[in-house]
Write a protein that binds this ligand. Structure first.
Ligand SMILES: *Cc1c(COP(=O)(O)O)cnc(C)c1O
Length: 374
């Protein structure tokens, strides 16, 4: 699905020297590389505060910890997402309120959010799924009207731009009260292990987040609140500092692959190509087809025989996951999510894809379709 080795080979001297520098300095924890990467990312995102942390899941959990929410408070999240989004809510004893997504963009449906708001609702967690943003204007309007926090899960969309009603372009994760991202190796800005970050333009929230990631401590060994230990290693920060200047180029490479896939598959009656939300750029964390006219499992198996990996993100919606079964929900409650879980198929997508590889993949898919139709 990704080729991290080919990507590394192209920037090997820079990466190796950045890693060596950390090792030689032995500043493994909170070394200068962490501050430097933080500043570079603040500048790239045009956001006031970036607080690095250990991974994207921690970023979500810490974001919810700083808002002073109480058990039983409701947090609205999409039913079609990676589990971490709901996990952070559940771990804190908050009540995840799941809502359906839009069938075209796979992102949380503003209409569904509106219907789910109750007097106990405290926050909304839009997920910018597969690399394009949710409809942040509609979400921010509702949040303002109902006095709700917005935590953006931008783990799959770092670098994507959203155009607000005023015509200003904002980076994914910098629009709500808090934004979260992940530097998991296969994410669009991936490090060589685990990593994550939290973004905010709010000074008070930033101060609180900095304390929580560090054991609830501002003055050493004085703990003002219950915190966690969640840090980005210096070695990971050094890798990310080298990779950040390439992020836009990487997004462009992904967009080229997506354009080639679109061209090959658009108009095919058995497939639906991913829709582009007009107010967001798409950084294609995933290129996700809906397979509607043929058997998805057979297509996936056929591709495997051709050595083409294809993955189902996500096969089971959150409300049907064993750990999240809840009398409030049953099969059929989120028809779009459930339909997507039966039809989506993501194709290989990375920054080093050669034209030959794209051609081979599209030809393999089309061979299968034509074989079936013949
Ligand atoms: C990857 C991901 C996360 C979690 O990030 P980790 O760094 O793996 O903890 C959370 N939400 C979404 C939507 C993700 O894709």
């Amino acid at each position: 699905m990704v080729d991290l080795k080919a990507q590394y080979d192209k920037i090997k001297p820079e990466i190796d020297s950045a890693i060596s520098e950390v090792i030689n300095s032995t500043a493994f924890i909170n070394g200068p590389a962490v501050k430097e990467f933080q500043a570079a990312l603040e500048n790239y995102l045009q956001v006031k505060h970036v607080i690095p942390c250990a991974n994207g899941t921690d970023a979500l959990q810490i974001s919810m910890m700083v808002l002073g929410l109480k058990p039983g408070d409701e947090v609205i999240a999409p039913s079609f997402t990676f589990i971490a989004t709901a996990e952070a809510i559940a771990l804190l004893g908050l009540t995840p309120v799941l809502v359906d997504v839009s069938p075209d963009t796979f992102n949380i449906s503003p209409e569904a959010i509106r219907k789910a708001i109750t007097p106990r609702t405290k926050a909304i967690v839009p997920v910018h799924l597969f690399g394009q943003t949710a409809d942040m204007d509609a979400i921010m309007d509702m949040a303002k009207q109902h006095n709700l926090y917005v935590i953006e899960d931008a783990c799959q969309a770092i670098g994507a731009d959203f155009m607000n009603a005023a015509g200003e372009w904002k980076k994914a994760g910098t629009i709500g009260d808090i934004g979260c991202t992940s530097f998991f190796p296969s994410k669009n800005l991936g490090c060589y292990g685990d990593g994550g970050a939290i973004f905010t333009n709010d000074d008070a929230l930033a101060a609180k987040i900095r304390s929580i990631v560090n054991h609830g401590m501002v003055v050493r060994y004085y703990h003002d609140e219950v915190g966690v230990n969640s840090r980005l290693d210096s070695i990971q920060a050094a890798v990310l500092k080298v990779k950040l200047p390439y992020l836009d180029k990487y997004a462009h490479a992904r967009q080229q692959v997506a354009a080639a896939y679109d061209k090959a598959f658009r108009g095919r009656p058995e497939l639906v190509v991913p829709a582009h939300f007009t107010r967001s750029t798409h950084v294609f964390h995933q290129y996700t087809l809906q397979v509607t006219g043929v058997d998805r499992g057979e297509l996936q198996e056929y591709l495997a025989t051709k050595d083409v990996p294809a993955m189902i993100y996500y096969p089971v919606p959150i409300h049907l996951q064993k750990a999240y079964l809840d009398p409030r929900y049953k099969a059929g409650d989120f028809p779009v999510t459930e339909q997507l879980s039966h039809t989506v198929l993501s194709l290989p997508m990375h920054t080093e894809m050669e034209q030959e590889q794209v051609d081979y993949i599209t030809a393999s898919v089309i061979d299968f379709l034509e074989g079936i139709r013949a």
